[in-house]
Design a protein around this ligand. Structure first.
Ligand SMILES: [Zn+2]
Length: 209
C-alpha cells in the first residue's frame, strides 16, 4: 500500500538528501493500537529518477507492505509529477494553438514511434484531466470551477500544481487513480463503453467524477 511522504523536496533534493531516511511511519496503519510486529522494511529503488529510494514498512500480521512515496513522485508510473505536468501543459498549449493530439505527441516524443507517442501522451493527459475533474468536484470552491491544468495552476498560483495538489487533496489520495493518487487504476475506457452499449448489468463503478 502506498502512503504519502509529505515533503516539499524536489526529486533531485530527495535523492541528494536521502529523503527516505527521514520518512517515518510510527504505527501500523492497520493496527495502530497493538503490536502486530510492524517494522521498517528497508527501501526499494526506482529506475527514474536515478538514485531514488522509497522507504517501506511491513506488517507481518496483515502481510502488507507500506511504502512512503514523496510528493514529488508519481505512483505506478516512472518519474515525477512535475514531468507529467510539463507534458500535459505542453500538449494543452499545442492543442489550444490548433495542433492535433497526434501532432503534439509526435513533437513531444520524437524518439519513439507515433502510436507509442500518442498512447504515452494520452495516458498523461487523460489521467490529469480525470484527476482535476475529480478534485474540482470533491473540493468545491477551492480549485476554481474549471478542471483544466492551466486554470487550476492559475488558481493555485504555481506551475507545480500536481505537487501542491498532493497536499491540498491529501484526504482523497487513497481513492484517486495513479499516477497522482494511490487508489486503483481506472477501468479501461473501451470496456466501459462496450458494457454500456450492451446495456447489460449495472454501470461499472466510477473511478472519478
Ligand atoms: Zn499491522
Amino acid at each position: 500500500m502506498q502512503l504519502r511522504h509529505a515533503t516539499a523536496l524536489t526529486s533531485e533534493d530527495y535523492v541528494r538528501q536521502k529523503g527516505w531516511e527521514q520518512a517515518s511511519l510510527i504505527r501500523c496503519p492497520l493496527h495502530p493500537r497493538w503490536g502486530c510486529g510492524f517494522e521498517r522494511h528497508g527501501t526499494y529503488t526506482r529506475v527514474e529518477p536515478a538514485g531514488m529510494h522509497i522507504a517501506r514498512w511491513y506488517c507481518p500480521t496483515g502481510h502488507i507492505t507500506f511504502s512512503l512515496l514523496p510528493d514529488c513522485l508519481t505512483s505506478r508510473l516512472g518519474g515525477t509529477l512535475d514531468a507529467v505536468e510539463e507534458v500535459v501543459s505542453s500538449v494543452e498549449a499545442k492543442i489550444a494553438a490548433g495542433s492535433s493530439i497526434e501532432k503534439a505527441a509526435g513533437e513531444i516524443r520524437p524518439d519513439i514511434d507515433l502510436p507509442g507517442a500518442v498512447r504515452w501522451v494520452r495516458l498523461r493527459l487523460g489521467s490529469v484531466r480525470l484527476l482535476l475533474l475529480a478534485l474540482v468536484t470533491l473540493m468545491p470552491g477551492q480549485l476554481g470551477s474549471e478542471p483544466r491544468l492551466g486554470a487550476v495552476r492559475k488558481v493555485l498560483g504555481t506551475e507545480q500544481a500536481l505537487l501542491r495538489l498532493r497536499e491540498i487533496g491529501a484526504a482523497h489520495l487513497g481513492t484517486l487513480a495513479p499516477p497522482f493518487g494511490f487508489g486503483p487504476r481506472p477501468k479501461r475506457r473501451w470496456r466501459k463503453r462496450r458494457r454500456s452499449q450492451q446495456g447489460a448489468g449495472p454501470d461499472p463503478p466510477r473511478t472519478s467524477r
